[in-house]
Design a protein around this ligand. Structure first.
Ligand code: PA5
Length: 437
């Protein structure tokens, strides 16, 4: 349900595809699409086409790049049999994508157990040190630049303990994923120490790397179907290439642009699936770092919020309903759950009896629909993306959908979606502070 006027740029053909892949459920407004939105979308899609043809969109080529998939699988297969755990050290785009993939797709008991360290928080490091047995653990340090404070300090923090347990063999248990160039401190260190090095693709930025080798390798270690992920992304890539302004990401970018034009400066991604909580956090980084920019003195960018349904119905929703009308909410729902459950007829004469026999999935659906209706009545636009089922294929599609959408929206807003000068400035300022703290 959505009150955005983008109806006339959605075609029948597109909707058929939507039904097959997932549904972008938009209340079709038969009125005129705003001229400004249409023109901005056309220009954005054209720029995307040119950038792709001129090889400036590294991330967009990932779904068709089967060699990364093969390499990730090969490296994962080569992992010694006695390794049961993997510690992934990285931050930002070198961390959030893998967390998101693992939370959504890793099956209990499948693959290696993944653990994550991103902040040099002494408590987390001590906890990891007390929990992991280095004889059974592989450490994967991921940093595109190879110069980020957090992963470097975390490696330094755990190294003495690894060395103490494993002695000379410690180096065999570290894989560094970084750009293969001398300006990466981690690359130099890895060469010197004899750690194995997996190349971080130079043409892909951290937050666009969820489907790149740097994420596929730990995902393969976790037993995730990485081939399925890429196939889903490829289906979305084909949609983008063949449908241009009618593709799903183009339609979504147009909807978000129209929302921004009407004052919708806060974008909430609210999955109704606990396994997608980390997806919303991944989305938040993608949206914030790609769109929050200053262009010719003008500060631009919607503020993303990582939501979680129905939990937020009992916290944030009050604000969305009655607070400032500056939000647009995207629900993500799952059509078919892997396992469903009917509530028992346990207490026949109790007031709760009305729920007996109801499926949990029905409750989730009713909650989502009810909230959409209430928000609609309160004047807050909402969109719903329905994934047929939460598997590797559809998650791959969904990730790629958001990656393309953010680039198209960035072009519409006139920002460079691929740089992050603010992040870099903070890294430099922190490095200076370290000398004085
Ligand atoms: O998306 C980005 O570019 C950033 O969030 C980076 O991923 C983050 O700063 C970590 O950088 P690096 O991978 O170079 O350690």
């Amino acid at each position: 349900m959505c009150v955005l006027e983008i109806g006339c740029i959605i075609s029948e053909q597109c909707l058929n595809f939507v039904m097959r892949l997932f549904t972008l459920d938009i209340e079709l407004n038969k009125g005129k699409t705003s001229e400004k939105v249409s023109r901005a979308l056309e220009r954005s899609v054209e720029r995307f086409r040119i950038d792709y043809q001129e090889n400036r969109l590294g991330f967009f080529e990932l779904p068709a790049d089967r060699s990364s998939c093969a390499l990730a699988q090969h490296w994962a297969k080569e992992t010694p049999k006695d390794i049961t755990d993997v510690l992934l050290i990285g931050i930002g785009g070198s961390d959030l994508g893998v967390r998101m993939l693992c939370q959504a797709l890793q099956k209990t008991g499948a693959g290696k157990r993944l653990h994550f360290l991103s902040a040099p928080d002494p408590d987390s490091v001590s906890e990891i040190l007390s929990r992991l047995d280095w004889r059974r653990t592989l450490v994967n340090v991921v940093s595109k630049s190879g110069n980020t404070l957090e992963p470097i300090s975390l490696l330094l923090a755990i190294w003495p303990s690894m060395k103490k347990t494993l002695g000379k063999r410690a180096k065999e248990r570290v894989v560094v994923t970084t750009e293969e160039q001398e300006k990466s401190k981690l690359f130099c260190l890895a060469k010197e120490e004899g750690f194995r090095i997996l190349p971080f693709p130079p043409s892909i930025g951290g937050r666009f790397s969820a489907l790149a080798l740097s994420s596929l390798y730990p995902a393969a270690l976790a037993g995730i179907d990485i081939r399925g992920l890429l196939s889903g992304a490829k289906a979305m890539m084909d949609d983008v290439l063949t449908k241009t302004t009618y593709s799903l990401p183009a339609q979504y970018a147009a909807a978000m642009y129209a929302a921004i034009e009407r004052g919708g400066s806060i974008h909430v991604c609210m999955p109704y699936a606990a396994r997608l909580d980390a997806f919303a956090v991944w989305y938040r980084q993608l949206w914030a770092e790609s769109l929050g920019k200053t262009v010719r003195g003008k500060r631009i960018g919607p503020t993303p919020i990582a939501g979680t349904g129905p939990v937020d119905q009992h916290s944030q929703l009050q604000l969305y309903q009655d607070g400032p009308q500056d939000k647009v909410i995207t629900f993500i729902e799952i059509d078919r759950w892997e396992k469903d459950m009917r509530l028992a007829f346990a207490w026949k004469n109790m007031p709760l009896d009305g729920l007996a026999g109801t499926k949990l999935s029905t409750i989730m659906k009713a909650e989502r629909l009810g909230v959409a209706e209430a928000l609609h009545d309160a004047g807050c636009p909402t969109l719903t993306i329905t994934i047929p089922t939460l598997n590797a294929f559809h998650l791959g599609s969904l990730c790629f959908f958001y990656e393309v959408s953010v680039v198209l929206l960035g072009y519409m807003l006139g920002v460079d979606p691929f740089d992050q000068p603010g992040v870099e400035a903070a890294k430099r300022a922190t490095a200076k502070r370290l000398l004085t703290c």
